[in-house]
Design a protein around this ligand. Structure first.
Ligand SMILES: Cc1ncc(COP(=O)(O)O)c(C=O)c1O
Length: 333
């Protein structure tokens, strides 16, 4: 039995576990099961909602009436946080990396951020990287001056609190596997800020699952994620000292590096083709920044021979479909 901290139910769970049989018929290889975490909701959806169930509960329990977070201009995490705040009647401010388009027409997640009624500050990438902690301090103090205590959420909701979301998801998957009578050898996810993978690693450990957890990084590199995931797990242990000890070794952090392409949020031709392939073969839509880039990496790994002796593997569809729309010009080329 896992002893969970307080949680506000926001995600529609359990999400389905869907076998991609038509894709397997076409490509061969192992049967890939998709954990449909893109279906945790409609606009308030994806992996971030699972993390926010625990983060928002902690914010409310600490008496906070405002949430502050940060991310790229098309951040799914920022969109989810802004909509959670609206749902719970909290104030919200987003610190976004990137300036609005010159025609001032918002697209994808940015449009949803604006609809949520949150306040937003836009910063050039250089300004954002150089001053992020000071930007958080300034917004916190502005809220304080207007009588609101603010709760600061790190990039992607990835820290010792957000980790709980994927510990719970791991438990849900253990139940899915029993229901489908399968024992997948691997659970694979896109890693962007590391919290999803970190939660899955801790969850698999707490549950004694014999399934290896893999992250396909969509930015940075293997050593960055080994550090970041270790740091998030240490933060979880420090914040929740009554939880069982977890002896971490770097070998438990399996990163499949090599699919970042030209950089974060830059999608190459194969990513776009993979998104189109899965859409027409299975009716499932991925996004170019996270799930599509990682799934494309997974298909390339299988083509090179990885996982080909395995009968069942799982890929977590972490959502992000709104991030597809700013890339519309790349489809149909
Ligand atoms: C759609 C989507 N998938 C995957 C990720 C990666 O998750 P994490 O940041 O927990 O590594 C993110 C966010 O970074 C995301 O928005």
């Amino acid at each position: 039995m896992i002893d969970y901290p307080p949680r506000i139910q926001l995600a529609h769970t359990p999400t389905p576990l869907q076998p991609l049989r038509r894709l397997q018929q076409q490509l061969g290889g192992p049967l890939i099961w998709l954990k449909r975490d893109d279906m945790t909701g409609s606009t308030l959806s994806g992996n971030k909602v699972r993390k926010l169930e625990f983060i928002a509960a902690k914010a409310k329990a600490s008496g906070c009436s405002a949430l502050i977070t940060c991310g790229g201009i098309q951040s799914n995490h920022c969109r989810a946080t802004a909509l959670v705040a609206a749902q719970l009647g909290l104030q919200c401010h987003l610190i976004l990396r990137g300036l609005p388009a010159s025609n001032n027409i918002s697209d994808g997640n940015q449009l949803l951020d604006e609809l949520s009624g949150c306040t937003i500050s836009y910063h050039s990438p250089a300004d954002y990287s150089a001053t992020l902690p000071a930007l958080f301090e300034k917004v916190t103090s502005d809220y304080s001056n207007s009588g609101h205590q603010a709760f600061c959420i790190p990039t992607g909701g990835s820290d010792g609190d957000g980790l709980w979301g994927y510990i719970a998801a791991c438990q849900e998957m253990a139940e899915d596997f029993a229901a489908h009578k399968i024992s997948p050898s691997a659970i694979i996810t896109a890693s962007g800020s590391g919290g999803t993978q970190a939660g899955l690693i801790v969850g698999a450990h707490l549950l004694g699952m014999q399934t290896d957890i893999y992250g396909i990084n969509v930015c940075d590199d293997e050593s960055y994620f080994v550090n970041k995931i270790n740091e998030d797990i240490r933060d979880w242990q420090a914040k929740y000292p009554a939880q069982p000890e977890l002896e971490m070794t770097d070998a438990m952090i399996r990163i499949i590096d090599g699919y970042v392409g030209e950089g974060y949020a830059k999608a190459g031709r194969t990513v776009i083709d993979t998104i189109a392939l899965l859409s027409r073969t299975e009716g499932v839509v991925l996004d170019p920044v996270y799930s599509g880039k990682a799934f494309d990496g997974l298909l390339q790994e299988i083509a090179k021979g990885r996982f080909t002796n395995d009968s069942d593997i799982v890929f977590v569809h972490t959502g992000g479909v709104f991030g597809l729309f700013p890339y519309k010009a790349m489809f149909g080329q």
